[in-house]
Design a protein around this ligand. Structure first.
Ligand SMILES: Cc1ncc(COP(=O)(O)O)c(C=O)c1O
Length: 557
């Protein structure tokens, strides 16, 4: 009897263990299914692959011939490159010389300098196309370098510049006047903060505000609070989305450690919604609405422009529907929905992505432009989520500080920024904003099409990305042609062109003329080879072969 009972108990235990394992396996499989199939969707794998890619570079001959062009084309490229190099040397001499002086002492610059083009071309380009990184002044929609060259500013100062550089100069100057008597006294507040808090509550539709020094920190704080209040461990981000450089939101290449409490899910996917509706360890979901322009793809930099497969297409209604569904799952499951509007806030609508897509979040992060030209990060959230301690557990707190939080000068400039937003002049800027920028996109695309040039652009309002319609290894060269035409891009190159909203139609027409001239010149110089056999796939395959050959020749040596 006893032994029968023991056997039965063992069977029951065994069956229980098998069921638990099966449930775990099912949950694990559901998670795998909810990842995007690209490497960016698999952070650990991406880091492993990145660690295997060997450095190698093309010699001078190969530099111009990686796609095996006819010799006449290769010679045309060589002559064009030499011409461009001479023009850069002469035109940007002072800026380039000063950059050379400090290059070895500023690590940030070393990084941005090296990562402008695919690494196989990088050293050769860096030596011969030196434009320098120094600027002297800005005015209207232009900036002027140390040599007196004026550029149309398409950098958007990483997204900060929504209303034009002069606007921010004024915010900083007037803001400084506002707080001058108090000066940089920290730890207490300047009265100007009350206006900012009131306006931010109105704009975000949320109860409380906390101030930080960067967008990265605002995101860190949002996630920390979500974990604290839900008592759950994991954050969900979507594949490709940038949320700053804090480790937990940057689980892939670039972070030496794996982010163990982060799930990176497939954007705009049923499988992701299924995971959210089943798992019990998810504290929050982070959404960067800029991803609507290229769901599941990383911020498009020219250093990864190895072929022409960069994609971009914005469908406002489809993304709004996705956000509505996300909202509904998060509400049902008690998951904190965080909109990270550090980039798009105040750019796509006065009330940011919440207003633009018609979906409310539980927490919203802002930054960049909101500081009126000074560094800032802001978190707005529901009262219950912003609380940093538990009434009934006095020692169980959720800590967050920062020496420069609520700096009077930042608060002064932010006050100016927010006050100006209320003026009819700025309010009018938001009327028909999408129509305006969609029409401008089409204007450029039409010009490019009518000349049969292999380039198009896609946009989310005033944020643009350049697309290449013909498979090529040399698309990254366009950034240098654009600069020669007086168009200034940020270090990521043609993946992100950011317009400030003070571009008049005349300014814009000038940009279109210069852009088309740059693309035309690049085509005439033979960088786009009309080879019907070349596809993006064949380019990637040949690159892979090349990398494998270098990997094995270097490790086998
Ligand atoms: C959506 C988003 N979140 C967070 C950040 C990080 O902000 P910061 O660079 O101020 O730390 C950025 C910066 O580009 C961003 O675009």
């Amino acid at each position: 009897m006893d032994s029968r009972f023991t056997t039965l108990a063992l069977y029951a235990l065994g069956a229980g263990a098998v069921t638990t394992s099966l449930v775990k396996l099912k949950t694990r499989l559901a998670l795998s299914k909810a990842k995007h199939r690209s490497l960016s969707g698999h952070s650990r794998m991406a880091r492993r692959v990145a660690a295997l890619v060997p450095f190698y570079e093309y010699d001078e001959r190969r530099f111009f011939r990686v796609d095996d062009p006819p010799e006449e084309i290769a010679a045309r490229r060589e002559a064009a490159f030499a011409g461009l190099s001479a023009l850069y040397r002469e035109r940007y001499a002072k800026s380039a010389a000063m950059t050379d002086e400090i290059r070895d002492c500023i690590s940030d610059l070393q990084f941005t300098d090296a990562y402008r083009v695919p690494f196989q071309f990088s050293r050769y380009v860096r030596k011969r196309l030196k434009a320098g990184t120094f600027m002297q002044s800005s005015s209207g929609v232009t900036v002027t370098d140390l040599d007196g060259n004026r550029f149309y500013d398409l950098t958007g100062s990483y997204g900060v510049n929504v209303f034009g550089n002069d606007f921010y100069k004024e915010c900083i100057e007037r803001g400084a006047e506002r707080v001058r008597d108090l000066g940089p006294v920290l730890g207490t507040y300047h009265p100007t903060i009350t206006y900012n808090v009131g306006r931010l509550r109105q704009i975000s539709g949320l109860d409380e505000v906390s101030f930080h020094m960067s967008g990265t920190e605002a995101v860190m704080q949002a996630v920390r609070l979500a974990r604290y209040h839900t008592r759950r461990s994991h954050l969900v981000r979507f594949c490709g989305a940038y949320h700053g450089w804090w480790g937990d939101v940057q689980p892939g290449v670039g972070n030496p450690l794996p982010a163990r409490e982060t799930y990176t899910l497939n954007d705009m996917s049923e499988d992701a919604l299924r995971v959210l509706s089943k798992r019990r360890d998810i504290a929050c979901v982070l959404v960067n609405p800029l991803q609507a322009l290229h769901p599941n793809a990383n911020a498009p930099g020219d250093s990864s422009l190895v072929d022409s497969s960069r994609d971009g297409h914005f469908d406002r209604e489809a993304y709004a529907e996705w956000l509505r569904r996300l909202r509904s799952v998060c509400t049902k499951r008690g998951i904190v929905l965080i909109f990270d509007e550090v980039f798009v806030g105040f750019r796509i609508a006065m009330g940011g992505a919440q207003e633009y897509f018609g979906v409310r979040a539980d927490m919203v992060t802002y930054g960049k432009t909101l500081g009126g030209g000074l560094p800032v990060g802001v978190l707005c959230g529901r009262k219950d989520l912003m609380r940093r301690f538990r009434e009934d557990r006095p020692v169980d707190i959720c800590f967050a500080r920062g020496t420069f939080n609520s700096h009077p000068y930042v608060m002064g400039a932010m006050h100016e920024f927010l006050q100006r937003l209320e003026t009819p002049e700025l309010r009018r800027l938001y009327d028909g904003l999408d129509e305006l920028w969609n029409a401008r996109t089409e204007q450029l695309n039409e010009r490019l099409r009518s000349e049969g040039l292999p380039v198009q652009v896609a946009n989310l309002s005033s944020i643009w990305t350049v697309l290449y319609t013909q498979p090529s290894r040399y698309n990254w060269m366009l950034q240098f042609y654009l600069r020669a035409e007086g168009l200034l891009l940020s270090w990521v190159g043609t993946g992100r062109l950011i317009f400030s909203l003070n571009y008049t139609q005349a300014d814009f027409d000038a940009v279109v003329d210069r852009f088309v001239a740059a693309v035309r010149a690049m085509q005439q110089d033979g960088w786009w080879l009309a080879d019907p056999a070349a596809t993006n796939k064949s380019i990637r395959r040949s690159l892979l072969r090349e990398m494998l050959a270098h990997r094995f020749s270097s490790s086998g040596a």
